[in-house]
Structure formats: C-alpha cells, structure tokens
Write a protein that binds this ligand. Structure first.
Ligand SMILES: Nc1ncnc2c1ncn2[C@@H]1O[C@H](COP(=O)(O)OP(=O)(O)OP(=O)(O)O)[C@@H](O)[C@H]1O
Length: 555
C-alpha cells in the first residue's frame, strides 16, 4: 500500500479539502437523518427550532446536496486530468527513450501500461466514495454509542474483525488478479499476431487453426478458469460479509434483549442504524480488493519506469546542438556494436568499423543478408550509440547529448518505412509548391497522389512501391544534405528501378545530396562513387569508383 500512499501524497491540497467538505456534508445528513428518526420514534421534539424542524431537515439536505455536487464535479475534472497526465508522462518518457531501449522493450509493454491507466483514473472517485462511506459508518457507530454502549462496542469489534478478514482475503485475491493480468498481456501479444498478420493467417489453415485453437483459445480458457476461481472467491467474501450482518441483526433482535437491559426503543434505533449503514459498509469492504488492484497497476507502472530508466537519463542530459556549418563528413572510428540475447549470449557483433563518408559522395553499401548493413545504418543515423569507438559529424563527436541534433541533420528512409497519417512535419503540401510539384513528377506519382484538404496531407492508399516513392518525396522536402536509404528500390518494378538508379540518383547528386544507399542491386553499381561491402559485421571492401582512383581494399 506504500504505492497508494505515494499516489495520495501527490494529490493537491484541494483533494483533501474536498474529502473534508464531502465528509462534513454527508456526516451532517446521515447523523441528521438518524437524529430526526430517533426523535420521531421516541416522540421528542428536535432540540433547535422545534417548530421549524422540517426547514432544518430541508436545509441539511440542501447543504449535503451542494457538497456532493461540488465534489463530484471536482472529481470528474481530477480523474480526467490524472488519466491524461499519466498517458502524457508515459509517452514523454517513450519520446526520450533511446531507440535501443524502445526496440528491446517493444510496444506491447507501452500498450499494457497505458491499458492499466483506467484503474488509476477510477482511483479518486472510488477513494472519495470509500472515505464517504467510512464517514457514514463512523457517524453511525458514534451515534450508536449514544444509544447503547455495550451493543455499540460489540458492533465495533465485529466491524474491525470483518475488515481484517477482508484485507487478508484482498491480499490473496490480488495475486490471482496479477496472474489474470499476465494472461491478458499474453493475449494482446497473440492478438497483435492475429490482426497484424491477418493476411498470412488467412493463407494457411494450419496457422489459422493454431493461432486461434492452439494459442488464443487456450489462453482464454486458462484466463476463464482463473477468473471464475478468483471472482467466486471475491463473491464469497462479499456473501460472508452480508450474511454476518444478518447474524448481527439477529443478535440485536434475539440475543441482546435476553442478556442486556435493552429497551425496545433502543433496539429499534440500533436496528435502523445497522440497516442504514449496511449498504455503506458493504461498499467499503467490497472496495478493498480494488485498492489491491490499484496497487498492482502502480507496481506495473513502476516496473515500466524501472525498465525505461535511461528514458529519464536521456531526458535529463542537457541537449547540445551541432554547429550550423554545412555537411562535410561523417567519420566512424573503431565503432563496435554487439547484440546480446536475454541470457547475455552474443548474437552478432559489428565492427570495428573505420570509415569516412564525405560531402557529395554517392556510396552504395552492400553485403549478404545478416552481414550488418542495417545495424550500420542504425549507427549512422544515430539511432544506436556505439558501444565502443566514436562517430564524428563534421569533426564533432556524437553522444547522447547531441544525438537528437545529429539525427536532425539526416534524412533517412528505412526498409520498413512508416508513412504518417498526419502532416507532423508541417510540409507545404499546396499544389503551388514548385519543389513539391517537381518531386512528385520525379517519382512519377502525378496522377496517383490525392490531397486530403481537411488534413493538408496526402491520402495514403498506395501500393508498397508507391509508398516508398512518396517517402522519398517527404525526405527531400526535409531539405537536408545527407540522404540515407535502406534498400529503397527493393519494392520498385524493374523499369522504375532502372529509372531510379540512372535518373533519380543523378538528380539527387545535382541537388548536392550526399547519398548513402544500402542495396543488393549489383547491376547499377556504376552509379556509385564508392562501394562499401560488409561481411559478418566487418567492412571487407571500400572501393572508390569515381573519381577513378585505384580501388581500396580493407582486409
Ligand atoms: N535487434 C536485434 N537484436 C538482436 N540481434 C539482431 C537485432 N537486429 C539484428 N540482429 C542480428 O544482427 C545481424 C545483422 O543484422 P542486420 O539487420 O544488420 O543485417 P543486414 O545486413 O541488414 O541484413 P539484410 O540484408 O537481411 O537486411 C543478424 O544476424 C541479426 O540476426
């Protein structure tokens, strides 16, 4: 419960003021009602303004209604604020993550952490409702003490024991709810495979049968079994509480009159009090498991925070800009990068890489599958920071402090390029934009692209190859000196591929771009100024083709 206390501490003073206000309003109305009933039963006038008791009664109701309306309004605002703040804080951390951390963690965890936020959003409302019912219970007991001390004392002991029982059962149930949550997380993983791979699922009966029958249905069956078990336990505790109330009512009616001097009027008032607080007490006790679930959700969020520790580190590092000089060179000096698996065994190692990429060069990067080209691209684009060695941009060393600024100097089109649904880059998409118009002609999308005027953005119902062409247009609209393309031409048809290597590359050169192209297209190698070849994570060839110099070989 430490986590819940921390959450409560983070609330504003207004939150506690609200609880006091609500408590005041409700204790007034509940004690007031009991008092009025008691006076009516015992046929006594109320102590203040007996002639206008109904005015007093209505005033109490009006005051309590006002307290409740104000507090509920405040709670709605608070709840929504809390939810949005939490979502924003998670996403801000993700924004400041290093790409490596993001890649390792996977988007699944982020969805899960956001998915749990609803329970936190429920927290203030439930907390205030619990505080409210607690006040009712305390007022009722307090009032009972004024009616009959032994009965009230017995009753208090009973409530304390019942609460202890509920807290203990809450702890057991909490662990089972965590297990249910784990099934849910696994389920979301299968759902991603099922929905993202829907085409592939459709294409094979065995796969379709297994993904549903073997994995999803089994997961659902296990989750159902545990849910039935847990919710049954939860319900049984609820029943126990309700039925012990009946025992208590029975003891007021049958036991106390036999063992105590218990006048009928006192018995009636005590019974009314017990019936009056029955619903509140059940609500209060019934919500105890909720707090354990909130605690579980907070723990999950803390774990996420732990995992993204360097999200904050990267955030705290003071950002540094690079000099505004035009691009001259990117230098790799003994750069090494190694992937490890979850058991810390080496998976693949790149480097040491020593290479200098110069202004206006067109460099083709080649190599077999798994030779390390994309890893090299991730380092080149500043998405990975070298584990050893250094990268220099125009002589300035790149590290976490200036990696954002470094990435901002480069245009990149990745193999699995994503086209955004909105114009986040604030590009000028109007038809009058001459640069845009020329680029659209260059990639031959003139009669294909449609502008969504409401979004000031292109509609993206395009084929894979067309999407890559549009990605090239967007990259060139960024107007940066260096253009990095990872297997850009792979999805293009042979005619457009030839046009890309023979025409577009020349156009890009004439624009003064420095081009780094990862490619398997050997037949267009003559378009490169330089060819770098990777094998098993090392550069095995670095050949200058233009200007015609002797090829250089790196062993
Ligand atoms: N995130 C990762 N975690 C662990 N290993 C990885 C990761 N990314 C790549 N690898 C491994 O590193 C090696 C090099 O991968 P990389 O993607 O750099 O090759 P590539 O030359 O781009 O291959 P391809 O031509 O097939 O795209 C591969 O053996 C791959 O399994």
């Amino acid at each position: 419960m430490k986590r819940i206390l921390r959450l409560l501490k983070s609330r504003s003073k207004a939150f506690y003021l609200l609880i006091i206000l609500l408590g005041l309003g409700n204790s007034l109305i509940y004690s007031g009602i009991l008092y009025f009933i008691n006076q009516a039963i015992t046929n006594q006038p109320v102590a203040i303004w007996p002639a206008y008791d109904w005015v007093l009664y209505l005033s109490i109701i009006a005051f309590s209604a006002a307290c409740n309306i104000i507090s509920q309004k405040y709670l709605i605002v608070l709840t929504n604020e809390m939810l949005v703040n939490y979502e924003n804080s998670v996403l801000t951390k993700v924004k400041h993550a290093t790409y490596e951390k993001f890649e390792k963690m996977g988007k699944q965890k982020i969805y899960a952490a956001l998915g749990d936020s609803w329970i936190l959003a429920e927290f203030p409302r439930t907390f205030v409702a619990s505080a409210n019912t607690l006040i009712i219970v305390l007022c009722s007991i307090g009032y009972m003490f004024t009616v009959n001390v032994p009965v009230a004392a017995t009753f208090t002991v009973f409530l304390v024991l019942l609460s202890i029982g509920f807290i203990r059962s809450g702890i057991t149930i909490k662990n089972e709810f965590s297990a249910i949550q784990r099934y849910q997380d696994q389920f979301y993983g299968y759902m991603t495979d099922f929905l993202d791979g829907y085409k592939e699922v459709k294409m094979r009966i065995l796969r379709a049968d297994n993904i549903l029958g073997g994995f999803i249905y089994n997961n659902r069956a296990a989750k159902k079994k545990l849910s039935i078990q847990t919710y049954t336990k939860d319900t049984i505790f609820g029943f126990i509480s309700r039925f012990t109330w009946y025992l208590l009512i029975g003891s007021i009616v049958f036991l106390f009159p036999r063992i105590l001097n218990f006048p009928i009027a006192e018995m009636t008032v005590c019974l009314l009090i017990v019936l009056h607080m029955l619903e509140s007490m059940n609500f209060f006790l019934g919500n105890i498991p909720f707090y354990f679930r909130v605690d579980g959700a907070l723990k999950k969020m803390e774990d996420l925070d732990q995992q993204v520790e360097d999200f904050r580190t990267a955030d705290m590092i003071e950002k540094v800009n690079l000099s505004k000089e035009p691009f001259e060179s990117i230098v790799f000096e003994n750069v090494e990068y190694t992937y490890f698996d979850e058991h810390n065994s080496l998976v693949f190692s790149l480097g040491p890489v020593n290479v200098t990429l110069r202004k206006n060069e067109t460099v083709f990067v080649e190599g077999g599958n798994g030779s390390g080209k994309s890893t090299f691209v991730n380092l080149l684009t500043g998405l990975y920071i070298p584990q050893s060695g250094n990268i220099y941009y125009n002589g300035e060393k790149i590290d976490l402090s200036n990696a954002d600024a470094y990435r901002d100097k480069l245009s990149s089109i990745f193999t699995s390029n994503h086209l955004f649904s909105e114009n986040y880059d604030e590009f000028d998409i109007r038809e009058q934009n001459v640069q845009l118009s020329q680029l659209i002609d260059m990639v031959q999308l003139r009669n294909i692209l449609r502008i969504d005027t409401s979004k000031n953005w292109f509609k993206h119902h395009l084929s894979k190859g067309q999407q890559k062409r549009l990605a090239l247009v967007y990259s060139l609209l960024e107007n940066r000196d260096v253009l990095i393309m990872d297997e850009w031409a792979a999805e293009q048809d042979p005619a457009f591929r030839a046009y890309f290597y023979q025409e577009i590359i020349n156009r890009l050169k004439s624009m003064g771009k420095t081009i780094i192209l990862i490619t398997h297209d050997d037949r267009y190698i003559n378009q490169a100024d330089r060819v770098i070849k990777f094998e098993e994570g090392r550069i095995v060839q670095d050949a200058l083709l233009k200007p015609l110099l002797e090829p250089q070989f790196v062993g």
